[in-house]
Design a protein around this ligand. Structure first.
Ligand code: KIV
Length: 275
């Protein structure tokens, strides 16, 4: 079944939505063959693909090129692309223009942006341009400096109320779904009950309408994983093993063997005639 913003909206209260991040063609191709509902080209690519300490240096060009690569593999999944830091912070016009580039050049079906009441005009304007918007509240990584680190949010009544109010305001501005990241599980549940649009949790408890994980985390590729991650495979071990086997097979001369070599008729004679 093709996943769209409409099927995401309809899934609320019916079924749990699964999302992962993807940043390149190869992993997206595998995800396309799975039951996963949606793919996010997250600006986490700055950390997991480019080795930055945070997401702040990711550019619109980084996102466009990554999203276009994923789009070449993905046809049945909802494809959402992150708006990177500073691509929607300097005014409504720039925000709509940049969201448009993610759709026209990155082939995204929807965009995601971090933040609440501060960005309602940007969200409403992008939605008016017929580009579906996914919200993102809680531990929003682009605010790492303002938060003083990657810290769980919504821990006091005031802070939790602000997140709930922002979620309601974003819904009124037209978002079709919202990511809730790094907040207490009961707050995740409360927001999920209050909203008509689906909530997608990452470190926001089990009662959200769906979950999202960074693919390198969920497949055990990253060395250190946050508390909310369950590794569903141990690719790091598998890859280390394979690299070791490969190097060893070169030492043993067991690779390349005859099956991995090209041959032509009369090869020996050809070689013998070479001057
Ligand atoms: O950038 C990202 O990968 C994200 C998800 C973790 C929600 O925003």
């Amino acid at each position: 079944m093709k996943n769209t913003v409409a099927t995401f909206r309809q899934a609320k209260g019916q079924t749990s939505l699964s999302m992962i991040t993807a940043y390149d063609y190869s992993i997206a191709k595998i995800a396309e063959q799975s039951d996963i509902n949606g793919i996010l080209v997250g600006d986490s690519l700055g950390m997991v693909m480019l080795g930055y300490q945070d997401t702040l240096r990711v550019t619109l060009e980084d996102m466009i090129s990554s999203c276009a690569a994923v789009a070449r593999a993905v046809h049945e999944k909802l494809l959402v692309c992150d708006m990177p830091f500073m691509s929607y912070h300097t005014g409504v016009h720039t925000a709509v223009k940049n969201a448009g580039r993610l759709v026209q050049e990155g082939l995204a079906q929807a965009v995601k942006l971090e933040g609440g009441c501060e960005f309602l005009s940007e969200v409403a304007a992008i939605v008016r341009a017929q580009i579906p918007v996914m919200g993102h509240l809680g531990l929003t990584p682009q605010s790492v400096n303002a938060f003083g680190g990657f810290k769980v949010q919504g821990k006091s009544v005031e802070a939790a109320q602000k997140i709930l109010d922002s979620a309601r305001a974003l819904q009124d501005a037209g978002i079709f779904a919202i990511v809730l990241e790094g907040i207490p599980a009961l707050l995740g549940e409360k927001i999920t009950q209050e909203l008509e649009v689906p909530t997608i949790g990452i470190g926001a408890g089990s009662m959200c309408d769906g979950q999202i994980l960074v693919w390198q985390d969920m497949l055990g590729l990253t060395e250190r994983q946050p508390k909310f991650v369950k590794p569903f495979a141990n690719l790091r071990e598998t890859i280390l093993h394979a690299f070791k086997d490969y190097t060893q097979s070169l030492q043993d001369h067991t690779f390349p063997s005859a099956e991995h070599c090209y041959t032509v008729e009369n090869e020996a004679e050809i070689i013998a005639q070479l001057k």
